[in-house]
Structure formats: C-alpha cells, structure tokens
Design a protein around this ligand. Structure first.
Ligand code: ADP
Length: 488
C-alpha cells in the first residue's frame, strides 16, 4: 500500500485514436486532496483537440471496426476489460483516491469493483437485445432494428469517476458506439488508465477517446460538437442546463442528465430497528464525505422519536474516523477540493442564520495535513424554506426536519425541485407501499439506504434529470430505432 501511494504519476496526455497525444488547451495541475500535494499535470484539450477526438470516434464508427463487429467479439472485449479492472483493482483504486480523496475501502468497492461489474453486466447483455418483428398485415414485413447512435460524448464528475464512467461507457460500447469521454478536472487519472486498459484488451483504436481539461474549455467544446450524437452527463444542475443549451445551439444532440438531488430519508417511529436505521442513515449521507449524488441529505424524522434518533445519529457521526483515505481504519476520506470545502462551509454559515442548530461537526478539521477534511455534520431544526433543505451541498451535512403525520412526511419529501433518491423506514408494509407510490423520485429505498446494484435503473425526475444509468434500460440511451417497412 505504501509503495502504491508513493508511485509518481507521470504527466498525463490525451488518449485519442489509441495513442497518447498532446493537447493544445490549458493544462491543469492535479492536487491531491489528501495533503494538498501536487500529483501531476493534465493536458488540456482545446476545441481543435476535441474535434480531432470526435473525428477519430466518427471514423471508427463509420468503418465498422467496432460498430459492426460480431456481438460475440464485443462481448469478449468487454469481459476482458472487466477482468483487467479486477486484476488491477487496488492500483486503480489508489490512483483514484490520490486524485479525488474517497476513503479506500469505499473506493475499492464502488470504483474498480463496480466498474468491473458494469462492464460484465453489459458484456452479458449485449447479445440478448434483439430487434422486433411488428404485428403488421400479412402482405407487409415491419422490422424494428436497434442501431447504435454513432458518437457518444460522456462528461462525468469527480466523486466516483470509474463507476460513473463505466455506467456510460459499458452500455454505449456494448451497443457498438464510439465514445469521447471527458473526465472531471479533479478525477481524471483512473479514467485515463481505464482507456489504456480498454486498448490493451482489444478495443479498436478510436472507439474510446479521452479528452482531459476544464469544463469551460474541453467539456464545452464536446457539448457544442456538431458530430456528437448523444451526450451522457452526470454532474451539477447548472452544467446540465448549459449542455441542453449547447445541444440547442449546435446539432440537437440527445442529452441525458443525471444532476444529483436533495434526497429525503424518512424515519417513522415504527421503523424496525432505530439503532440500525441510524447507522445506515449516517453512512447514507457521510460516505465519501457526502459527495454522492444519491446521498440521503435530508432526514425527515417522526417527532415522537426525533430526539432519540438524533442522539443515535450524533453518536454514529462522532464515531466515524475521518482522515487520510489511504490510511488503515479511515472511514471517511477527504473533501474533493478547496472549492468544494468552501461551498460546504458557506452552507454552515447560512444554516444557523436560518434557524438551524449544528448538533455536531460544522467545520473543517485536520488542517495541519494540508488536506481538505470536514467533520460529519448534523443540523437540526432545518425549515423547509432553508437553503439547507432545498439545495444540494454535496458535503457531509445532514439536515434534520421533524414531522407529525405520514401526509406531512410525504409533503416534505416532495417539497424539492429534485427527485433522485429517497428512503422510508417503517415496519408497516402498507405505509411503505403508499410512500413508494407517493414519493417523487427515481429510487425509493425501504428499510435501507444505498446498495442498489446493476440490475435496477438509476435516474431522476424533476431537476434531477432524465434517462437512466444501469440495468437494461440504460441501453436505450445508446440506440436509435430504425424501421424497415417491407412490402411483400
Ligand atoms: P460538479 O459539481 O460535480 O463538479 P460539474 O457539473 O461542475 O459538477 O462537473 C461535472 C462535469 O462537467 C466535469 O467533468 C466538468 O468538467 C464538466 N463541466 C463543467 N462545466 C462544463 C461546461 N460548461 N460544459 C461542459 N462540461 C462542463
């Protein structure tokens, strides 16, 4: 482990047409949130570099080297990629952690672990998706083909680069598309390594290209490309809006947005085991320092158990070991960047002004390390008008609001512009189903938080976005339906 953490990371280039290439855009320094040290530099892809990557992807698509490869061949390559990710899991996870600060135990499971599973899932799925023969009149044959869309642009965030990257890459590649991937500024390293792995596993040149750089320069160029057919994005709401605008201003590319949330975690007094609910709820918000799109960041708790449950949560929060994400025993790693830390702290200043009480945490810790760490934070008395109730912090901050009735719980749960995840803790089966039906969100957990695997879709409603990652439904984003209407 110590050897891995000290390995120097060479300066990183763009990965285009199967080769490392120089970028002519603005380079980016990679600073580790673990201790503030400079790890390496990334080349920045300019508009011209992005155009080069898109052209390479288009050439690869058009000549059929992957788009018309036999499904059995595509399956073999995707399985080989999954095998390599598993074989290099520790190296990939450590590289990612040094870049983005996620605690290693979590990163191992959620990053290479999950990415390998995703490549395997779509490797297995790709030859089980068939076209259709329509129920036409007998003198006509109506065939519905599922065609790859062409060039997919994938823009991904920094919290789980490999996992979220794989959610876009694996189904897009499985269906025969070419991809240009734009990783986040503060989490590019593991995805650059993944691109190399894909090439070594037999993915033909040009089918996967990686362009690093800032959102404003590189991401913006990809979003405005006239030759990208689909844009698959996970990130913030403001960027999502820009991507829709970019589509409208360029070639009307399809845009899929996964934009985070302010997910309600609702605990009724009849929850089966309050101590267990508190433990799981704490990890539901504090893992990866709250930098999780489905984080249960609003706790709605029945008033009769409010004080008892808050006390249980406080104990859980204060027992969590925050620190160097690569150190043994660390449960919560670093906040991704100084910018994210500043955002977290600005919410803290506002929380008290809006009537909330910081029960535990609330500030930056371990400053002597040079890294960015924040104590798990619990704020009670958060009113529905408060910023902490409405806005996504993306930090280790849980907003607590009491309720008296099921109807009030549901109204509070839905008093948000977002609709990504949620949870209900209750022993009452009928109530659980009523809440599943009533909550406006893409995911409702019952008596748990987190852990939904590849077999189920993940996507939001409202301002949490549109389209789904994971499951067979994700394949729909990366195909066009084509009808053949044949007169017999
Ligand atoms: P986060 O809060 O997760 O950093 P962002 O939306 O800023 O959310 O970033 C997610 C991804 O979107 C990153 O890869 C980032 O570089 C990219 N991005 C940011 N701004 C733009 C933009 N204007 N156009 C395209 N991509 C962008």
């Amino acid at each position: 482990m110590d050897t891995l953490r000290r390995i120097a990371v060479p300066p990183q280039k763009l990965f285009v047409e199967g080769a490392w290439q120089d970028g002519s855009g603005t380079p980016l320094a990679v600073t580790s949130p673990i201790d503030g040290s400079e790890l390496t530099t990334l080349q920045g892809a300019s508009e011209a570099d992005v155009a080069r990557a898109v052209a390479a992807a288009r050439r690869a698509f058009d000549d059929g080297r992957w788009s018309r490869a036999a499904p059995a061949q595509r399956k073999k390559v995707l399985h080989a990629i999954a095998d390599r990710i598993e074989a290099e899991a520790l190296e990939l996870a450590v590289l990612g952690v040094r870049d983005n600060g996620t605690e290693l135990a979590m990163a191992l499971k959620a990053e290479p672990g999950s990415a390998a599973g995703t490549f395997r899932y779509y490797a297995e799925a790709l030859d089980k998706v068939a076209g259709e023969i329509a129920p036409t009149a007998p003198d006509v044959l109506g065939l519905v083909h599922r065609m790859p869309v062409g060039v997919v642009g994938a823009i991904v965030p920094w919290n789980f680069p490999l996992m979220i990257g794989a959610w876009k890459l694996a189904p897009a590649l499985a269906m025969g598309n070419s991809v240009v991937l734009k990783p986040a500024e503060t989490a590019s390293l593991s995805l650059l390594r993944l691109a190399q792995i894909c090439a070594e596993c037999g993915l033909p040149d040009g089918v996967l290209n990686v362009v690093t750089g800032s959102g404003a320069e590189t991401g913006n160029a990809l979003a405005h490309s006239m030759d990208v057919d689909v844009l698959a994005f996970t990130g913030s709401g403001p960027t999502g809006r820009r991507l829709l605008e970019a589509s409208a201003r360029s070639n009307l590319k399809r845009v899929y947005l996964e934009l985070g949330g302010k997910s309600p975690n609702i605990v009724f007094a009849d929850a089966p085991d309050l101590a267990h609910a508190a433990k799981v709820s704490a990890m539901g918000i504090f893992r990866n320092s709250g930098q999780v799109c489905v984080a249960g960041s609003r706790l709605l708790v029945e008033r009769s158990i409010h004080d008892e449950f808050v006390a249980l949560l406080q104990r859980e929060a204060e027992a969590l070991r925050v620190g160097d994400p690569l150190a043994a025993g660390t449960q919560i790693g670093a906040v991704n960047s100084e910018a994210q830390m500043a955002r977290n702290l600005s919410f803290m200043a506002g929380a008290e002004a809006e009537g909330g009480e910081i029960v535990t945490g609330g500030g930056r810790i371990l400053e002597h390390t040079g890294g960015t760490y924040m104590a798990p934070t619990l704020v009670t008395g958060v009113r529905p008008e408060a910023a902490l109730f409405r806005e996504e912090v993306f930090g280790p901050v849980l907003a607590v609001t009491p309720f008296d009735t099921e109807a009030e719980a549901l109204a509070l749960a839905n008093a948000t512009d977002f609709g990504l995840a949620s949870a209900v803790w209750t022993s009452n089966l009928s109530r659980a189903h009523r809440m599943v039906a009533g909550i406006r969100a893409g995911l409702v957990h019952v008596n748990t938080y987190g852990g939904a695997d590849n077999t189920v879709p993940l996507g939001g409603v409202g301002q949490s976005g549109n389209g789904h990652d994971k499951s067979l439904h994700a394949l729909e984003k990366y195909v066009d339906l084509k009808t053949a209407w044949i007169q017999l």
